[in-house]
Design a protein around this ligand. Structure first.
Ligand code: CA
Length: 621
C-alpha cells in the first residue's frame, strides 16, 4: 500500500513530476510527445522507489505535452497510458499534461454553484449527453456535444423550449449524466458513434466524442467545464454516473499492463469474477484500488465541481470503500449527493456481507435505487406485469412502504432505509423499457390517452412520496425507445429525445412541471427524518386499491394539511375529506399547480370524487 504523494503527472511551470504504481515492473520510462500526432517521443528513465512506486521529476515546462509510460515486465516492454492521466488525446492513446488553471474557461474559478440542498429537496433528472440534443428539432447548434448544454433560448420548430431552458421550465434541481468519463466503445473520430458509455477506459478524463475536437486533449476539459458552469449558473447541479465495478476489458486496461493480476477480482482458482456481467470486475477492496476510486471522485468533486455521484452496480463495491468515498466527498462538499444501484449484474467473488446492498447503507448518507417501490408502481421492468399505476390489485401495502420513504414507519410498514434520504424513488431510468413503452406493452388495449394518464399517475406517486425523486429524462414528454429495453448501443434514432414529443404531450409536460412545483412548495413532501414522517403522515382508510393519507405540513411553510389520494381502480371512487373545513384541489389526474387548479371550486361538501388511475392532492385552507 502506498499512502504517499499524488499519483499521475503533476504539472508545475518549472517541472512536471510523474508518479506511477507498478510493483512488478523491472523498468519504467516516461515517453513525452510534443504533439498528439507525433509518431515518436523522447524517453526518460523513471526511478524505482519504495512500495512499488516509480517516480521522475522532469525539469522544464511540459504544459499541454502528451505522455505515456513504457513498462518492462518479464523482459517484455509495453506502452500504456497512465490510469491517472487527467487528459488524453484521441481515443485515449496518450495522456495529456494538464495545467488546469491555464485552460479554465473565463469565469470558472469565481462562478457560484447553486445553494446546498437537503437530499430530499433534490429532484434528479437523468440524461445522456448525446440523447439530449442530437435531434434536429432540438434547435441546438452543438448537437450531441457538451456545449449543447450551454445553449440558451433553443426551441423546437413548434416554438417550445428545449435544452437547458426545458430543464429550467421543469425546475428540476440536479442533472444526472450517463458516463462522461472516457469510455472506449465509441471511436472518437466519427460523429455517428453511439454508446451509453458503461465501458470505462480513463477514469480521470472526460469522454472525447462529446467534445468538438477529440484530438486536442484540452477541448474536452474546457467544454465540459463550460457546460458545468452554465448548468450551475442556471441553478442546476451536476451528477456524474461512475462505473467503478468493471473496465471495458482487461488486456488493454492500463491497470492490467502496470499491475497484472492486481486490479481485478478473482475466485480462488484464479478465474475472473464477472459480477458486472461485462466480463470482469474491479477488486475495490484492495488498498490501491480503493485509493484509486477515492482519488478519482475527489478529483471530479474539486476540479470539475461535480455535485453528486451515481454508482453503477454499487453492490460490487465493498462497504468500506463506499464509507471512505462518503467521508472524503462529504469533507469537500457536505451537500454532495451519493447514490447507486444496490445490486450486482451477476454472481461475485466479493463476500456477500461486503457487498453494498440494501440495508448496508443505513445511516451512511448514501441513497439506493428503490426497485421494490419501482416494481410496485409499474410492474416488472420489461415484461407485461402490471403495477399499481397500471391497475394491478393487492399492491397497496407495497405502495405505502414507498410513500413513507421505505423507513420503519410501523410494525407492518417497514422498509430498508433508516431515513427518507436513503431512497431514490423512480419508475424508470436509462435501463429497461421507458415508462411509456412499459405501459404500452403491459396494457395492449389501452388508448394513447389512457397510456398518458397512467404515465402521469406513476410519476405523481414518485413526486409526492418521501425520499429523493428521480426522473428518467424525457418521461415528462412520453419518451419512447420503440420498445427497445436495452438500447445501450442502439444509436440515435432509438435513444434520442424526440423534441417534437413536447408539443404532442404538452399537457403531461405541464402536469409534471406542476407536480414539481407542488413538491417544492410544501416541506411536508421533503421530510428527512424518520420521526417527522411518522409524526406528519397518517394513512386514512380508503376503498380497495387506493391509498389515501394526510400530511401535516405545518413544519415551516404555513400550510396545515395536505391530503393525497392515489386511485388505482379503473373506476371513480368517492373519498370523505378527513378533516372539516375548506379544501382546495392542487392536483388531479390532468392538472397540477401549487396555487390550486383554475376553475376548481373549493371542496365544501366533505366528499371528493377521484377519477380512475390518478392522484389527487388537496390542501386545507
Ligand atoms: Ca473515449
Amino acid at each position: 500500500m502506498y499512502n504517499g504523494q499524488e499519483l499521475g503527472a503533476t504539472y508545475k511551470k518549472e517541472y512536471t513530476s510523474f508518479r506511477v504504481w507498478s510493483p512488478t515492473a523491472q523498468r519504467l520510462k516516461v515517453v513525452i510527445y510534443k504533439e498528439y500526432f507525433d509518431c515518436s517521443g523522447i524517453e526518460y528513465e523513471m526511478n524505482h522507489c519504495e512500495d512499488g512506486i516509480w517516480e521522475l521529476k522532469l525539469a522544464g515546462d511540459y504544459k499541454n505535452k502528451y505522455y505515456n509510460y513504457k513498462v518492462t515486465m518479464d523482459g517484455k516492454e509495453n506502452e500504456t497510458i497512465d490510469p491517472y492521466a487527467k487528459g488524453a488525446s484521441l481515443n485515449g492513446n496518450r495522456g495529456l499534461i494538464v495545467d488546469f488553471a491555464s485552460i479554465d474557461p473565463s469565469g470558472w474559478e469565481s462562478h457560484e454553484a447553486p445553494a446546498p440542498l437537503k437530499p430530499t429537496e433534490a429532484i434528479i433528472y437523468e440524461m445522456h449527453i448525446r440523447d439530449f440534443s442530437v435531434d434536429v428539432n432540438s434547435g441546438m447548434v452543438h448537437r450531441g456535444k457538451y456545449l449543447a448544454f450551454t445553449e440558451a433560448g433553443t426551441k423546437t420548430q413548434e416554438g417550445l423550449s428545449t435544452g437547458i431552458d426545458h430543464l429550467k421550465e421543469l425546475d428540476i434541481t440536479h442533472v444526472h449524466l450517463l458516463p462522461i468519463f472516457d469510455f472506449s466503445s465509441v471511436d472518437e473520430r466519427l460523429d455517428k458513434g453511439y454508446n451509453w458509455g458503461y465501458d470505462p477506459y480513463l477514469y480521470f478524463v472526460p469522454e472525447g466524442s462529446y467534445a468538438t475536437n477529440p484530438y486536442d486533449g484540452t477541448a474536452r476539459i474546457v467544454e465540459l467545464k463550460k457546460m458545468i458552469m452554465k448548468l450551475h449558473e442556471n441553478n442546476l447541479r451536476v451528477i456524474m454516473d461512475v462505473v467503478f465495478n468493471h473496465t471495458a476489458d482487461i488486456e488493454n486496461s492500463p491497470f492490467h499492463i502496470l499491475a497484472p493480476g492486481y486490479y481485478y477480482r478473482r475466485y480462488p482458482d484464479g478465474t475472473y469474477s464477472n459480477g458486472s456481467g461485462c466480463g470482469n470486475e474491479i477488486a475495490t477492496e484492495k488498498s490501491m484500488v480503493r485509493r484509486f476510486i477515492v482519488d478519482c471522485v475527489k478529483f471530479w468533486a474539486t476540479e470539475y465541481r461535480i455535485d453528486g455521484f451515481r454508482f453503477d452496480l454499487m453492490a460490487l463495491i465493498d462497504t468500506e470503500t463506499m464509507a471512505e468515498v462518503q467521508t472524503q466527498l462529504r469533507a469537500i462538499n457536505p451537500a454532495i449527493l451519493i447514490y447507486g444501484e444496490p445490486w450486482t449484474g451477476g454472481n461475485s467473488a466479493l463476500d456477500y456481507h461486503e457487498q453494498f446492498k440494501k440495508g448496508n447503507q443505513r445511516g451512511m448518507g448514501i441513497a439506493l435505487f428503490n426497485d421494490s417501490f419501482r416494481n410496485a408502481i409499474k410492474g416488472d421492468n420489461d415484461g407485461t406485469g402490471l403495477g399499481f399505476a397500471t391497475g394491478a390489485t393487492d399492491l397497496v401495502h407495497e405502495i405505502k412502504k414507498g410513500i413513507v420513504g421505505s423507513i420503519s414507519y410501523s410494525d407492518s410498514i417497514c422498509g430498508f432505509t433508516e431515513t427518507p434520504c436513503e431512497t431514490i424513488n423512480y419508475v424508470s431510468s436509462h435501463d429497461n423499457l421507458t415508462l411509456y413503452d412499459k405501459i404500452k406493452g403491459s396494457c395492449p388495449n389501452a388508448s394513447e390517452h389512457e397510456i398518458e394518464r397512467m404515465n402521469r399517475f406513476a410519476m405523481a406517486i414518485i413526486m409526492t412520496s418521501q425520499g429523493i425523486p428521480f426522473i428518467h429524462g424525457g418521461s415528462e414528454i412520453l419518451r419512447s425507445k420503440q420498445g427497445n429495453s436495452n438500447s445501450y448501443n442502439a444509436g440515435d434514432e432509438i435513444n434520442k429525445v424526440h423534441w417534437s414529443s413536447k408539443a404532442k404531450h404538452i399537457e403531461t409536460f405541464n402536469y409534471i412541471q406542476g407536480l414539481i412545483a407542488i413538491r417544492k412548495a410544501f416541506k411536508g413532501f421533503m421530510l428527512d427524518k424518520p420521526e417527522d414522517v411518522r409524526n406528519s403522515l397518517r394513512f386514512i382508510d380508503s376503498p380497495a386499491n387506493t391509498v389515501a393519507y394526510l400530511l401535516n405540513s405545518r413544519l415551516k411553510d404555513g400550510a396545515e394539511y395536505l391530503f393525497i389520494i392515489h386511485n388505482s381502480n379503473r373506476h371513480d371512487i368517492e373519498m370523505c375529506l378527513p378533516l372539516p373545513g375548506e379544501w382546495h384541489l392542487l392536483a388531479n389526474g390532468c392538472n397540477a399547480s401549487p396555487l390550486g387548479l383554475l376553475g376548481s371550486e373549493a371542496c365544501q361538501n366533505s366528499q371528493i370524487a377521484v377519477t380512475p388511475l390518478s392522484t389527487y392532492v388537496l390542501i386545507k385552507i
